[in-house]
Design a binder for this molecule. Structure first.
Ligand code: AMP
Length: 586
């Protein structure tokens, strides 16, 4: 398959701000793609070579990419650098220089997807002495044979800046339309993806064996399952009503969620975003090896740092020190973790995700030996609001964030990849004012003036709407940033900058700069009000109005453990607004 077909599709997708058009272009591309490379095309559209959990990234530094462009076009690095300063996008610069190439390639070989993929794979896997030269030569070789447009997207792909805006759900939509006979079978596609976290494998299975074959996807060791998420309500009474009058209420520990896969002597830990984070937690791996009874098991736990002197749980930020390459052993000594198990998804060949929570909860009690660093999350069965409230207070006293209340009804399966009403979180109350924090996605920015000249004056922040799969703006935030934040944020955001509003961002405000929704910040505000200028929950409470957070302030916490889709949802903001009203009325 010619790579130019892929580049053409990117160009069209990138130019549209309409979701449906975007899906149509993707459908066209997938229909043109031969069976043998469908998985590769799917990974490439996401700027990847493999699903995230494999942990192989293309990652070429911009400096090296500049060298490759220079080499392929016969121009000096200085010239390329100078143009890059103007365009701010090496892809565009590469396209321009290839249009006026000074060096003629004899017998150019048109680029195929196969060759592009194999070469990028070699680049990604090349390590050790001589690898920089090898990467340079491989990339320059591709560029020398590339058409200008192809070069643009190749460069963006290798530097991690391919931002055509195709989300996982859009790929599933497009696959279902192209090969699954329309939307009816869409849930089958979603389940296959949710248990495997591998879009390429889903695509390959569908085109090779038909959508029915997706039924054979089941939970398997080594492939992370997309996590089940919780909704939120603000009173024990409402929670119990929603859950049918009775639930299992558990402590909500404030740590990092880990999905643990134990396969004999091998333990792998996946983060909430499904990255392999095994190397960050040597202490957790040790605990699992010492205590877990089944040979093969997948379970979920909250990993919490504990103070060695006092035995008290430490706040979540302590664990962020583990997000680095060096000094992990030291961090593990200083603040070793404990594991609080809260679900089990697989035991010795048995997929438990379609079992009810009472069944899973009972099995959970049996999978680990007694050990002082791992246990099942504290829980009770609650059937009245007073009991729930009392347990909530106890959880807060013991250093937890609140409770997660879980359905124990017939339909209480593990809803992989979904936020539903089977799990409801109950955090510190935010009754008369908004005392609770929210996690919002940066979608745009406004230039600063005066003291803030050269950096941003305010960021445009959005909540996530999972039903529409879009981001709806809820405030402009300029407070709470330290000087260091102000210096760093533009650098950090430049990797996500876009030429226009992202197609999945709904905004009535015109930002000076637009970003791909990626970065999540923790924000605290004073209250939530109806607003004609923000799109969060527009027309839900009142025709023509959305919701806005007033006096928002950055708490200093970058939620790098959260993907944009894990941000606070529009429904949660609606719920916070309603509960705030109730107290004003009462
Ligand atoms: P939030 O991050 O505020 O959306 O809350 C959901 C998170 O709470 C989950 O992703 C887990 O990391 C965490 N959590 C802590 N304790 C529990 C528990 N007992 N059951 C489920 N999730 C828990």
């Amino acid at each position: 398959m010619r790579y130019s077909l892929v580049a053409d599709a990117y160009e069209r997708i990138e130019a549209t701000t309409k979701r449906l058009e975007m899906t149509d272009y993707l459908v066209e591309l997938l229909k043109k793609t031969p069976k043998t490379v469908i998985d590769k095309v799917v990974y490439l559209t996401q700027g990847k070579l493999y699903p995230d959990f494999i942990g192989i990234e293309i990652g070429i530094a911009e400096k090296l990419a500049v060298k490759a462009v220079a080499k392929a076009t016969g121009r000096s690095e200085e010239k390329i650098e100078a143009d890059l300063k103007q365009t701010g996008d090496l892809g565009e610069t590469a396209q321009k220089f290839l249009e006026n190439k000074q060096q003629v390639t004899f017998f150019p070989q048109p680029l195929t997807v196969e060759r592009v993929y194999e070469t990028l794979d070699k680049i990604a896997k090349s390590t050790g002495a001589g690898s920089v030269d090898q990467k340079l030569n491989l990339l320059a070789g591709l560029l020398a044979d590339a058409e200008p447009k192809e070069a643009k997207y190749l460069i963006r792909t290798v530097t991690g800046k391919l931002r055509v805006g195709i989300a996982d759900m859009t790929v599933l939509d497009a696959l279902a339309i192209a090969y699954g006979g329309g939307k009816d079978l869409r849930p089958l596609f979603e389940r296959a993806y949710n248990v495997s976290s591998d879009l390429g494998r889903v695509a390959k299975t569908v085109v090779e064996s038909g959508p029915e074959a997706l039924k054979n996807f089941s939970v398997s060791l080594g492939e992370p399952i997309r996590p089940m998420l919780a909704e939120r309500l603000s009173s024990p009474k409402e929670i119990l009503e929603k859950l049918g009058g009775i639930c299992i209420a558990e402590y909500k520990y404030d740590g990092e969620r880990v999905q643990v896969h134990k396969n004999g002597g091998e333990v792998t830990l996946f983060s909430r975003r499904l990255e392999n984070i095994t190397s960050q937690y040597p202490d957790a791996v040790e605990i699992v090896m010492e205590s877990l009874i089944p040979e093969k098991v997948i379970f979920e736990a909250e990993c919490v740092a504990v103070d060695v002197d006092t035995g008290e749980m430490k706040p979540f930020q302590e664990l962020m020190h583990r997000r680095r390459k060096y000094g992990i052993q030291e961090a593990a000594k200083e603040n070793p973790v404990s594991l609080f198990m809260f679900d089990v998804l697989y035991v010795d060949g048995r997929d438990l995700t379609l079992e009810t929570y009472p069944v899973r909860h009972k099995i959970l009690q049996t999978i680990a030996k007694k050990h002082d660093r791992i246990r099942v999350a504290n829980s009770i069965i609650a059937d009245n609001p007073e009991k729930l409230e009392k347990f909530f207070e106890e959880a807060i006293e013991n250093g937890c964030e609140g409770l997660i209340c879980k359905s124990i009804r017939e339909d209480s399966v593990y809803q992989a990849g979904a936020r539903g009403w089977l799990w409801i979180k109950y955090k510190r109350d935010y009754k008369s004012e908004m005392r609770d924090t929210v996690d919002l996605v940066v979608v745009g920015a406004f230039h600063g003036r005066g003291k803030r000249a050269g950096t941003y004056g305010a960021l445009l922040l959005a909540a996530y709407n999972p039903k529409k799969d879009e981001y709806e703006t809820v405030c402009k935030c300029g407070s709470g940033f330290t000087d260091e934040d102000l210096a760093n944020i533009p650098k950090m955001m430049s990797a996500h900058q876009m030429l226009h509003r992202h197609p999945r961002v709904e905004s009535k405000l015109e930002a000076d700069v637009w970003f791909e929704p990626k970065i999540v910040l923790e924000i605290i505000g004073a209250e939530i009000t109806l607003s004609p200028i923000h799109t969060c929950a527009e027309n839900v409470l009142r025709e023509g109005s959305g919701l806005a957070i007033r006096f928002p302030r950055f708490t200093g916490k970058f939620r790098s453990d959260k993907a944009a889709e894990d941000a606070t949802t529009v429904d949660e903001i609606v719920e916070m607004y309603r509960s705030q009203l109730k107290t004003i009325e009462s």
